[in-house]
Structures are given as structure tokens and as C-alpha cells.
Design a protein around this ligand. Structure first.
Ligand code: SAH
Length: 217
């Protein structure tokens, strides 16, 4: 078997065991996880572990999230093909690539210039041309393209930034790790209700890298 075929087989196993096997049933999420080659989003030295059940190191002391966590957060947003999504924390670009196979347009903000280049290079090489990467403080969102049907925050902060709440469409959802400490958070889902106000739900306990910025740590 050549290398691509081996990675494809490992990816099928990952989806079966780690994602579908743990109860994620959203067909669009499963399909997207089957399509995106995670080995191209991790550094060369981590490629053998690309489909392991774990986060992995990427440049600037950041991490590419565990595949299950990526699938869980995206499934929690309940997205459809015409949706527009904002991601805070592009990192490697992997989650943005997965999102791009599910929705119409993906806008992703990353604070580290080194990772902006890293994510852009990979997304361009693989042809994910409905993903737009911006360098800046994602706690402020990306107001030019708001409102968003879904917002996914890939780093943990002390509270949901007001700027992100303000950029949610009516009926839109936001998923973010929120916690008082920089080490431990709970995933929180916020829904902007059509009748006004926000619904907030606490999902699972998680551990993410910190969200650094004006409305973060
Ligand atoms: N979604 C990424 C995981 C990235 S880890 C992937 O699939 O690889 C979280 C990322 O959030 C890191 O790259 C970190 O630099 C970034 N980050 C932290 N605070 C941020 C902020 N205020 N704005 C934008 N990005 C931020």
C-alpha cells in the first residue's frame, strides 16, 4: 500500500472508532471527517500520529485539537450547506478545512502570524478555497463578514466575548470552551433565539490552549 492509501485507511478507522463509535451521528460531520487529510495539517514529525486519538503539537506552542473534539464541537453547531461560519483560532487550518466541507463559507481568525501562514499554505495547497484566514485578535470576531450562523472558538477563555455574541445571526449558535482557569474549561453552547435573548447550555469538560486577547485572557 502506498502512503496515501495507508493514511486513508487510518482515517476511515479514526472515523469509525473515535467519531461514529463515540456517538457522533451527524452525517455531514462524518463525511467531512472522512474527506480531510489530517496528515497534511500536522508537522512532518507528527505525521505518523495524524490519526491518533489525541491533540498534537503545531508551531507557536499551539495544538491541533483531538479529532473527536473537532467533530463534537462542529456537530454541536448543527450546520447546513448554506451556512457561514466564524472560527476563532485557525491553528493548523484543519478544523476550518473540515468546516469547509459542511458549510458555504468559513472565516477563520488566528493571532499568531506564523500559524496564519501555516494554515493558509495548507488550505491553498489542498484547494479549500471557501476558507478565508485573517490575522488578528479573534475575541473581537471578524465584523466585516458578520452575522454568522455558527461560531466555533478553538481556545479557552474566561467568558464568551461580547463581540462574538454581537456577531451571531438570529438562530445562530456558538460553541466555546469557557473556564475560570487557563487549564480547564467546559464547552458552552450559546443560541441566539428568534424570540430574543440567548440560551446557554453547558456541554462537556475539556482542556484547550488559552484564548489570548482583548476579550480573552
Ligand atoms: N482549530 C485549530 C486548533 C487551534 S488551537 C486546528 O484545527 O488546528 C487554538 C488556536 O487559537 C491557536 O492557534 C492560538 O494561537 C489561537 N488563538 C488564541 N487566542 C486567539 C485569539 N484571540 N484570536 C485568534 N486566535 C487565537
Amino acid at each position: 500500500m502506498d502512503e496515501d492509501a495507508r493514511f486513508a485507511a487510518a482515517r476511515e478507522r479514526m472515523v469509525a472508532d473515535q467519531i461514529a463509535g463515540r456517538g457522533i451521528s451527524d452525517a455531514a460531520v462524518l463525511r467531512a471527517m472522512r474527506l480531510v487529510p489530517r496528515q497534511h495539517f500536522v508537522p512532518e514529525s507528527e505525521r505518523p500520529y495524524a490519526y491518533d486519538d489525541t491533540p498534537l503539537p503545531i508551531p507557536a506552542h499551539q495544538t491541533i485539537s483531538q479529532p473527536y473534539v473537532v467533530a463534537y464541537m462542529i456537530a454541536a453547531l448543527g450546520l447546513g450547506p448554506d451556512d457561514r461560519v466564524l472560527e476563532v483560532g485557525a491553528g493548523s487550518g484543519y478544523a476550518a478545512a473540515v468546516l469547509s466541507r459542511i458549510v458555504g463559507e468559513v472565516y477563520t481568525v488566528e493571532r499568531h502570524p506564523e500559524l496564519v501562514d501555516y494554515a493558509r499554505a495548507r488550505l491553498a495547497a489542498l484547494g479549500y478555497d471557501n476558507v478565508h484566514v485573517h490575522q488578528g485578535d479573534g475575541t473581537r470576531g471578524w465584523p466585516e463578514h458578520a452575522p454568522y450562523d455558527g461560531i466555533i472558538v478553538a481556545a479557552g477563555g474566561p467568558a464568551v466575548p461580547e463581540s462574538l455574541r454581537a456577531q451571531m445571526a438570529v438562530g445562530g449558535r456558538l460553541v466555546m470552551p469557557v473556564g475560570r482557569s487557563r487549564q480547564q474549561q467546559h464547552l458552552v453552547r450559546v443560541t441566539r433565539r428568534a424570540e430574543g435573548g440567548m440560551r446557554e447550555e453547558k456541554l462537556a469538560p475539556v482542556a484547550f490552549v488559552p484564548l489570548i486577547g482583548d476579550e480573552g485572557w
